[in-house]
Design a protein around this ligand. Structure first.
Ligand code: ADP
Ligand code: MG
Length: 254
């Protein structure tokens, strides 16, 4: 049965999509069967991996709102162990359209149910909000990874996120756990990065991943070629950091 992880933080630009894409790819090349779900109407994960897609199928909007069968929205990739459910700008409407659907927070759970046996990991790239799409992700997930950018105001808004997670645990999904907090865009030359890292580690203690994702140009360039960092520049610090993260997750997890 798949272990489902949501990449979430209602702040934009903290590394959710970069982590979703590169973590999925690193899991897949480690021969772990992985499904990446792009749940953001800005569909950056979809375009960030576009070069790898084989005959794109339906998308997450089709499955959530139009009732398309789950198997018909899974797109294969050139990596044997990686599939993706793509996103589309139509998903903007889903936040509103979900409101009138019965069991509206459970729609994604229903979509994923027939797919659980096929994968070891399912990663969900969440939109930068705490709306119904993110609630759907948290309701069906076993755990969340919270990327935190090593910048000013890094911890701002985290209280709200943790509160949402607690509400979901209480009302929708008692099994939801925090898999870990991930420090992203770390720059070892900057005191600020070190300070933020220290602050996050003292706040989240053992919930902070040992692996830190450094600020790295390959991670920001790769998406414009529709590729993950590992296939753009395998030796780059960014690609290597995400391989270390996979090691850490697999060691602690299974
Ligand atoms: P989110 O999904 O949280 O909005 P993204 O993953 O899209 O954040 O990252 C925001 C921007 O920062 C993107 O342009 C991305 O390429 C860039 N970026 C993310 N992580 C890194 C990193 N470790 N080093 C350099 N650039 C990064
Ligand atoms: Mg994103």
């Amino acid at each position: 049965m798949a272990h489902i992880i949501s990449l979430t933080n209602q702040k934009g630009g903290v590394g959710k999509t970069t982590t979703s894409v590169n973590l999925s790819v690193s899991l897949a090349v480690s021969e772990v069967k992985t499904l990446l779900i792009d749940l953001d109407p800005q569909f950056n994960a979809t375009t960030g991996i576009e070069e790898l897609l084989i005959e794109p199928k339906g998308n997450i909007y089709d499955a959530l709102i139009r009732g398309t069968a789950s198997k018909d929205v899974v797109t294969k990739t050139k990596l044997e162990h990686l599939d993706i459910v793509t996103s589309t700008s139509d998903l903007v409407g889903a936040e509103v359209e979900l409101v009138s659907i019965m069991a509206r927070e459970h729609q994604l759970k229903k979509v994923l149910k027939p797919l659980l046996k096929k994968y070891d990991y399912i990663l969900i790239d969440c939109p930068p909000s705490l709306g119904l799409l993110t609630l759907n992700a948290l309701t069906c997930s076993d755990a969340v990874i919270i990327p935190i950018q090593c910048e000013y105001y890094a911890l701002e808004g985290l209280g709200q996120l943790l509160n949402t997670i607690r509400l979901v645990q209480k009302n929708l999904n008692p099994d939801l756990e925090i898999e870990g907090v991930l420090l992203t865009m770390y720059d070892g030359r900057l005191n600020l990065s070190k300070q933020v890292a220290e602050e996050v580690r003292s706040y989240f203690e053992d919930k902070t991943f040992k692996t830190v994702i450094h600020r790295n140009v390959s991670l920001s360039e790769a998406p414009s070629f529709g590729k993950p960092a590992l296939l753009y520049d395998a030796n780059s610090t960014g690609a290597q950091n995400y391989m270390s993260l996979v090691e850490e997750i697999l060691k602690d997890g299974n």
